[in-house]
Design a protein around this ligand. Structure first.
Ligand SMILES: [Zn+2]
Length: 286
């Protein structure tokens, strides 16, 4: 089973938690660290011969276009993480469309092609804003990877399917990994979960859903390779979520890369659906 590995390229200060978000103007005052940690991530993937999906934030592309060019030149799949990292469910449809289109235009200017996939900031496409999926289809995206199909504190879409599937609007949805435990879908696919759980749990959960025929979607951020980020969210809970176990990220990524097979989302979807449905063209993702 080939799993999907995704990297959300943003700064350590681009967090978006309800009631605790810095503005783009405030970001501009802070020390940038995205380049070295993204290059470190690229090196790890190169050592393991893994092609991943990089969802790049438009704000970062604007400041570091050479970083996007580097990721693209190394053969990785490029997706959009929007422009300003605002939670989707706090936006009006027109604002969301403008934010995503701005990121698509920036990416196109740098690499000469449009991103095929989208990842919402903080997996913030919930059941209250599924209209976002139709806007993404309208903007030409082939797939979305923004759904956490379980109940969560400030995101999650517990009624959505847990496996990669085709949406009514023709786009594909590749949800974040969850594993069924005691009747609940337990999130484990990356971020704070990857850092907080003992690695044995991540390994067990990945094997468990792979053995049921489902690929896992694993995600992380370059800033998670930085054990001492200068700025953290203000609220105690969010600070914990954002910084717990940062010193463990690197070794956990290395363990994952050594133990499991990974590819970019477009490649995993193409493998899953080539026989079942020849209509979708993932060529742009390769
Ligand atoms: Zn993000």
């Amino acid at each position: 089973m080939v799993n999907a590995l995704t990297i959300d390229v943003e700064e350590y200060f681009c967090y978006a938690y309800p009631g605790d978000t810095l503005s783009c103007q405030e970001w501009a005052e802070l020390e940038s660290r995205v380049v070295p940690h993204t290059l470190e991530t690229l090196k790890i993937l190169e050592n393991h011969r893994i092609r991943a999906t990089f969802f790049v934030l438009g704000w970062v592309v604007e400041r570091e276009p050479h970083l996007l060019r580097e990721i693209h030149d190394r053969g990785h799949e490029i997706g959009s993480h929007g422009y300003g990292h605002r939670l989707v469910y706090t936006q009006q449809p027109a604002e969301f469309r403008d934010d995503v289109r701005r990121s698509v235009d920036l990416i196109g200017q740098v690499i000469g092609e449009k991103p095929v996939g989208y990842r919402a900031p903080s997996f913030s496409i919930t059941e209250s804003c599924l209209w976002a999926l139709d806007i993404l289809a309208d903007l030409g995206f082939v797939y979305d990877a923004s759904i956490y199909p379980t109940r969560m504190r400030h995101s999650g879409a517990p009624r959505m399917r847990t496996d990669p599937h085709r949406l009514d609007n023709g786009m594909w949805e590749f949800p974040a990994a969850t594993v069924k435990l005691a009747g609940m879908e337990l999130p484990f696919g990356g971020g704070g979960y990857l850092r907080l759980y003992p690695f044995l749990v991540t390994r067990w959960a990945t094997h468990r859903i792979n053995s049921s025929g489902r690929p896992a979607l694993i995600y992380l951020h370059p800033w998670e390779l930085d054990p001492y980020p200068p700025v953290a969210p203000r609220s105690r809970f969010r600070r914990f979520q954002h910084t717990v176990g940062l010193a463990k990220t690197r070794s956990r990524l290395l363990h994952l890369c050594a133990e499991f097979e990974f590819a970019a989302i477009g490649d995993v979807l193409a493998r899953l659906h080539t026989e079942a449905d020849g209509v979708v063209d993932f060529a742009a993702a390769k």
